[in-house]
Design a binder for this molecule. Structure first.
Ligand code: NDP
Length: 242
């Protein structure tokens, strides 16, 4: 069965590269009106050239007020994909307040801020909708030197459930996807030399690609999952079985 995104309006955060870019491009190719938000102008320029007609929004999601300003005139949407995230490695013994604040600002606080803005508009217009939060296997199990990142993604798990409960009466569903290592800029930076060893531990012995994440996001946005809310969908090659 195929679901059509033609005429649907969607905001994708962190759409400048990696998983978010693939999600934004695919939704655009599927006929959706796509608002692609990210932090680096050069990446958004490239996206505009690849997808003429896509609307880009330059914004640092770590800045609550700047985000409110950037999204204040956004029209009412059907869908939101909270994808932007950062992952900085830091051992417990070396933890700093700066790293904690930076990661929580982008990975957690911005999800609340953006979802509030987008869903308040949906509610005001009585519009049905769906939100997908890009979480991680790291929200469900601890990784090496990733304690703070793991905590941000564990927070996304609870945000997803809490948002789902609050928004269900408005016919807005909220779910997450939980990828294992994907070899984007972030994945390569984090896993570097140990990626190959980690890949071999996965039951399916392969890393998911960005398109596997996109497929899961599109399913959770679409009416094909219309009775699913407050859930997570691993894109993990079986990682959570380990
Ligand atoms: P990338 O680093 O490749 O891309 C992240 C995107 O988010 C970039 O476009 C980046 O902007 C944007 N971004 C980061 N910080 C901000 C900010 N403050 N304001 C606005 N935009 C921002 O990462 P991935 O594509 O790999 O990751 C996407 C999501 O998937 C993240 O939430 C990540 O935690 C999650 N994930 C990734 C995994 C992996 O192995 N790659 C595994 C599990 C989950 P810019 O253009 O400036 O770089």
């Amino acid at each position: 069965m195929h679901y059509s995104f033609k005429g649907k309006k969607v905001l994708v955060t962190g759409a400048g590269q990696g998983i978010g870019k693939d999600i934004a491009k695919t939704l655009f190719e599927e006929g959706a009106t796509v608002y692609a938000l990210s932090r680096t102008a050069e990446n958004l320029k490239k996206l505009e050239n690849e997808c003429p007609g896509i609307t880009t929004i330059l914004c640092d999601l770590g800045d609550w007020k700047a985000t409110e300003k950037a999204l204040e005139n956004l029209e009412t949407l059907d869908y939101l994909v909270n994808n932007a995230g950062i992952a900085l490695k830091q051992k417990l013994s070396e933890s700093t307040e700066e790293t904690f604040d930076l990661m929580f600002n982008v990975n957690v606080k911005s999800f609340i801020n953006v979802t509030k803005i987008v869903t308040n508009k949906m509610i005001a217009e009585g519009k049905k909708g769906a939100v997908v939060n890009v979480s991680s296997v790291g929200g469900l199990k601890a990784g090496p030197e990733l304690m703070i990142y793991n905590c941000t993604k564990a927070s996304v798990e609870m945000l997803t459930k809490s948002m789902a409960k609050q928004l269900a009466p408005h016919n807005i569903r909220v779910n997450s996807i939980n990828p294992t290592v994907v070899l984007t800029g972030m994945g390569i930076e984090l896993w570097n030399k140990v990626a190959e060893d980690y890949r071999k531990t996965l039951p399916l012995q392969q890393f998911p690609k960005t398109e596997h994440c996109t497929n899961a996001v599109l399913f959770l946005l679409s009416d094909l999952s219309e009775m699913t809310t407050g859930s997570y969908l691993p894109v993990d090659a079986g990682d959570l079985l380990n």
